[in-house]
Design a protein around this ligand. Structure first.
Ligand code: BGC
Length: 416
């Protein structure tokens, strides 16, 4: 009798398994550095824990440019993944093309409108409906500094670009690389947008990079931004060309370089290396940008699937991403702060607390600005046009006046 019972239980289990087979969820992402991989592992574990199969579609390359190219060819051939790490205005472009699936029922059931700050939920919707789910909010305007290097060079960590230009030659003279950087267009743009926000302020930044106001793009202030940006090149080592951002971060971690201007995905690298904020490294707002917040929101956009089981598993993924425990663990590894409101702050470190405070304060003072270097401010066409001008300028002897004229022309052309 006992044996029969256990046979029947075994049969029942295998029947249950066969009527509800684990479905495959393919996720395209570009989270391949140490901190990023630790974060994406959290998502893998959640999905596997829910009984589904994770199909990894990782395309390395900071900023995600290569991932977007690969995604386009997969989508065009009619075989998109279930979810892809797409953000900002790119979500609108994919929505417009009809590739994304409506997650509104899941969002309504989960109260996403109440759980997300409006600046986040707006980005997740196409045509008023949720088509993407947010994993985090990254602050981009940070400086990551090695305090030991500053101590050895006998200078303080700069809080203004003026101070940066005063201390950098001393750091160089002491035998360190003042600014860890990788010569890639998106990294140049990340540095450039920090200089623009620092020197011009939030209103100038928005006029130039969100509204594309011609007079602002061609202004004297913009000339100054380009001039200061160019000066930073003197404090980057000669091997920076093509270097990945996380290799630049490792130069700060191992004491070869004094600082890096980078979004807080860099913090994920310090965390993965076992370093503590305020002890082994210091986070400060990028020069002249305290009180402002350049935001970059990571999200997974959901593609229309024609397999019912896979579509169900995809919806499951969307629900899991919004779970508080997922948002906590993912962001502790990624360096960012949770996208959803009402989370317990206690597990997070001092840099995350500073980011949470600055996010709220800047939203109410009007100094919360979208990152153009990370696709939150402009279409990919305008973004590409700005990247070209910034990178060509940084790597040539183009004058700041010529760069400004070129910037205004290219931004206009990219909007045609
Ligand atoms: C993404 C981050 C990523 C970084 C480096 C940014 O654009 O939003 O999630 O860590 O690029 O690849």
């Amino acid at each position: 009798m006992k044996m029969l019972k256990s046979c029947l239980t075994g049969l029942a289990l295998s029947v249950a398994a066969s009527v509800a087979p684990a479905a495959e969820v393919e996720v395209l992402h570009y989270l391949t550095s140490s901190g990023e991989a630790a974060a994406i592992d959290v998502l893998k574990k959640y999905l596997k824990g829910a009984g589904h199969n994770w199909k990894d579609f990782a395309v390395a390359g900071g900023g995600g440019e290569s991932a977007m190219t690969v995604l386009k060819s997969r989508a065009i051939s009619g075989n998109p993944p279930a979810a892809a790490q797409i953000k900002g205005l790119d979500i609108q472009e994919w929505g417009e093309l009809g590739f994304l699936t409506d997650m509104d029922a899941i969002a309504r059931a989960g109260n996403w409108d109440e759980l997300l700050p409006p600046v986040v939920s707006k980005v997740m919707k196409y045509d008023g409906k949720y088509v993407a789910v947010p994993v985090n909010v990254h602050r981009v305007n940070w400086i990551w500094a090695n305090p030991e290097v500053f101590r050895k060079a006998g200078v303080g960590i700069p809080t203004t670009w003026q101070q940066f230009l005063e201390v950098a030659p001393k750091i160089k003279a002491a035998g360190f690389v003042p600014l860890a950087h990788g010569g890639q267009a998106w990294q140049d743009a990340t540095l450039f947008e920090a200089v623009a926000l620092g020197l011009g302020g939030a209103e100038f930044y928005n006029k130039a990079f969100v509204e594309h106001d011609d007079a602002t793009l061609q202004s004297e202030q913009m000339v100054k931004v380009f001039e200061t940006f160019k000066q930073l090149g003197d404090y980057i080592d000669p091997n920076a060309s093509g270097r990945d951002w996380n290799i630049a971060t490792s130069m700060v971690i191992n004491g070869e370089a004094a600082m890096q201007v980078m979004g807080d995905w860099a913090k994920g690298e310090f965390t993965a290396a076992g370093q503590q904020p305020g002890v082994d490294y210091v986070c400060l707002p990028a020069p002249n940008t305290s009180g402002t917040f350049t935001f970059n929101i990571d999200s997974f956009a959901m593609f229309e699937l024609n397999d019912e089981q896979r579509a169900k598993a995809q919806q499951h993924l969307a629900r899991l991403v919004m779970e508080p425990s997922f948002q906590k663990t993912f962001n502790l590894n990624k360096g960012s702060i949770p996208a959803r409101l009402g989370m317990d702050r206690a597990p997070f470190d001092s840099c995350a607390h500073a980011s949470m405070d600055a996010f709220v304060a800047s939203a109410s003072s009007g100094t919360l600005v979208p990152s153009f270097a990370h696709g939150l401010a402009t279409t990919s066409q305008v973004q590409g046009a700005i990247f070209d001008v910034v990178t060509n300028f940084f790597n040539s002897d183009m004058s700041a006046q010529d760069a400004v004229a070129k910037l205004a022309r290219s931004v206009k052309a990219a909007q045609l």
